[in-house]
Ligand binder design. Structure first.
Ligand code: FMN
Length: 208
């Protein structure tokens, strides 16, 4: 399998688990991940997953959480305020971007093309270069402004993949739920995975 080069942004919506499971899948698969964390994305990685950034790097944390296999891939981290970064230019060689989880604030910035930080700018670049941009938006309920922003990004070419795990695969753990979302993201990026079993039709007669 060829190595993909992807941007993964983590913003301040609940659901750091989804970011963790996607990063685990990409890194264990040997891919190159350019990571950008917003201030509240970092906060939620600490609060919800137990990252201790004063003691460990993001990669060390992922290795502690998920095992040393994450070192099969490469993780490069960028400051969210650094608009001089290569990710701010379309001349780079990244093949797509995922914002996971995506706050409605970052959704709004992408929808109006604000490019006010590296996450919004990298998303803007991804859209203009016609590369896949996947937004794992998490909020409930949604107001009309947020719904309109979802339509705006979809019209601009982004894929809205709400943080809505399914239950038909009979998840046993939170990680199973996270892997369902990580797997759907990998499907869209054409990355083979075994994060959840494919639905192959009913195994009993309940549906009849
Ligand atoms: C504990 C916590 C949970 C939050 N959860 C959400 C959420 O699920 N969805 C959302 O849109 N915003 C959520 N927010 C609000 C965002 O973090 C806030 O709007 C922030 O400005 C987002 O900035 P960012 O997109 O640059 O990370 C949460 C904030 C906190 C402190």
């Amino acid at each position: 399998m060829s190595r993909k080069e992807l941007v993964v942004a983590v913003t301040g919506a609940s659901g750091a688990l989804y970011a963790g499971r996607l990063l685990r899948a990409l890194l264990c698969g040997g891919h190159l991940v350019h990571a950008v964390l917003s201030r509240y994305g970092r906060y939620l990685l600490c609060e919800e997953l137990g990252w201790q950034p004063e003691k460990e790097s993001l990669l060390e944390f992922l290795a502690r959480l998920y095992g040393e296999d994450v070192r099969a891939g490469e993780l490069r981290e960028y400051g969210v305020g650094d608009l001089t970064s290569a990710l701010a230019s379309g001349s780079g060689s990244t093949e797509g971007m995922v914002v996971v989880p995506c706050s409605t604030k970052t959704l709004s910035g992408i929808a109006c093309g604000a490019s006010s930080n590296l996450i919004e700018r990298a998303a803007d670049v991804t859209l203009k270069e016609r590369r896949p941009l996947i937004l794992v938006v998490r909020e409930t309920p949604l107001n009309l402004i947020q719904l309109r922003n979802l339509v705006a990004v979809a019209e601009a070419g982004a894929i809205v993949l709400p943080a809505m795990p399914a239950f038909y695969q009979q998840p046993k753990t939170f990680d199973d739920l996270g892997d369902f979302i990580a797997g759907r993201i990998c499907n869209l990026l054409h990355i083979p995975h075994q994060l959840f079993p494919s639905w192959t039709g009913p195994t009993d007669t309940h549906a009849q």
